[in-house]
Design a protein around this ligand. Structure first.
Ligand code: S3P
Length: 451
């Protein structure tokens, strides 16, 4: 195997957020990251032209675009958020000449492992120091069952990984070990080139964007309830995927930052436009409403096959709640920002069943805990549960938070700073570029103060 070194990180750029006046105004957060990755990938796998509006132009998604190009798609930006993909079709992908460098993108790399695994091509996957720590066995195991071969990997199934796909993936029935849309999606994407019927069973339902988009492109995919809250998804292989226009709704995971900021900065009153309301993504909204958040859901409508709505969010007196483990898949990326909201509540918030947070862009349980501690907020970790002691509007801040190449840690603690007596700093803001390149400008337009 070639010798590899992760790209040397350029100098970190710290950023502070300080107590701000009431947040006011209307904003539209960027396009959903999960849907943006999938739109490019399905564009690659269909023959003809896929038009995408509202694509998230963050680094993670651009890396997926580069990988799709390396596999033979032609991809063109025709305007802000407007992209055109000319695909190659299932089974007709090109072997990439270079390593597929996914940077920080866990979703992009894992979904593309599914694509490569189910096509007879060889590709090398790599990324930044964060991606190199993330477990990939969960993706590789089912792909190997389907006939793919892991030629080389780094200890413990980590990147860099050299994967040889198979041109005739075996249809499998697979129970995912954790409720993960990434595992499910990797299998379904590989199964597109399979001569039979592939079934994925998950104990708890994870986000369903892959299934929905595959059906929208003409695949025969059926999702049925399984047990208590689980799903059984079956896909018939070798469909003719027909390109269909995609409109990407605003990302609920990015919307969470202005949303919580408006709840905790006194006097705030904002509108968040076009947020996706897919029920497998709205766990944070439900939790905040249970905490007493004043959120009005306005103008519910359907856009591009997803339910969306505008949210009016007003500063609120929050109270601590107990968040059940079963809700985790529908808000898995929102726990860092929920921990910030919880610290401004009265009473304790208990968040249950957070084991998966340990294998995100950073160990988010540790990163959140350390950030709370350095800013004077008390917490306890009990197994996989996090308890945050709410301290209402009492003084906090003055901490420098280590972001560990994790965009959501950076944005969460900057939001904390907007309502804290003393400023909150993060050690590196550049990583925000991966999912929310307009974060600072959008927050500043509402009245947030950064330095
Ligand atoms: C994602 C699935 C989730 C989530 C990630 C995006 C997706 O990961 O944390 O940010 O787009 O499929 P898991 O599938 O590992 O839960």
């Amino acid at each position: 195997m070639q010798v590899n070194t992760a790209p040397a990180p350029a100098l970190a750029v710290s950023l502070s957020a300080r107590r701000s006046g009431p947040l006011k105004g209307r904003v539209r957060p960027p396009g959903d990251k999960s849907i943006s990755h999938r739109a490019l990938i399905l564009g690659l796998l269909s023959v003809g032209e896929t038009r995408i509006e509202g694509l998230l132009e963050g680094d993670d998604v651009l890396r997926t675009g580069a990988a799709c190009r390396a596999l033979g798609a032609s991809i063109e930006r025709t305007g802000e958020g407007s992209w055109r993909v000319r695909g190659r079709g299932i089974g007709a992908l090109r072997t990439p000449a270079e390593t597929l460098d996914f940077g920080n993108a866990g979703t992009g790399s894992r979904l593309m492992m599914g694509v490569v695994g189910g096509n007879g091509i060889l590709a090398r996957f790599d990324g930044d120091a964060s991606l190199r720590k993330r477990p990939m066995r969960r993706i590789l195991d089912p792909l190997v069952l389907m006939g793919a071969e892991v030629k080389t990997q780094t200890e413990g199934g980590r990147c860099p990984i050299l994967l040889q796909g198979t041109q005739e993936p075996a249809p499998i029935e697979y129970r995912t070990p954790v409720a993960s849309a990434q595992i499910k999606s990797a299998i379904l994407l590989a199964a597109l080139n399979s001569p039979g019927q592939t079934i994925v069973i998950e104990r708890e339902a994870s986000r369903d964007h892959t299934e929905k988009m595959l059906a929208y492109f003409g695949a025969e995919v059926v999702s049925e309830r399984e047990g208590d809250g689980g799903r059984r998804i079956s896909l018939k292989g070798r469909p003719e995927l027909a390109p269909a226009p995609i409109v990407v709704p605003a990302d609920p995971s990015s919307s969470a930052f202005p949303l919580v900021a408006a709840l905790i900065v006194p006097g705030s009153d904002i509108i968040i436009e076009g947020m996706m309301m897919n029920p497998l993504r709205t766990g944070l909204l439900i939790t905040l409403q249970e905490m007493g958040a004043r959120i009005d859901v306005l103008d519910r409508r359907s856009e591009g096959g997803e339910d969306v709505a505008d949210l009016r969010v007003r500063a609120s007196d929050l109270r601590g709640v107990d968040v059940p483990a079963a809700r985790a898949p529908s808000m898995i990326d929102e726990y860092p920002i929920l921990a910030i909201a919880a610290s401004f509540a009265s009473g304790e918030t208990r968040m249950r069943g957070l084991a998966e947070l340990r294998v995100k862009e950073s160990d988010r349980l540790e990163a959140v805990a350390a950030g709370l501690a350095t800013n004077g907020v008390a917490y306890t970790i009990d197994g996989d549960d996090l308890m945050v002691s709410g301290m209402g509007s009492a003084a906090r801040g003055n901490g420098l938070v280590a972001t560990h190449l994790d965009h959501r840690i950076a944005m969460s603690f900057l939001v904390m700073g907007l309502a804290s007596e003393r400023a909150v700093s993060v050690d590196d803001e550049r990583i925000i570029e991966t999912s929310f390149p307009t974060f600072r400008a959008l927050m500043t337009s509402l009245g947030a103060e950064f330095a």
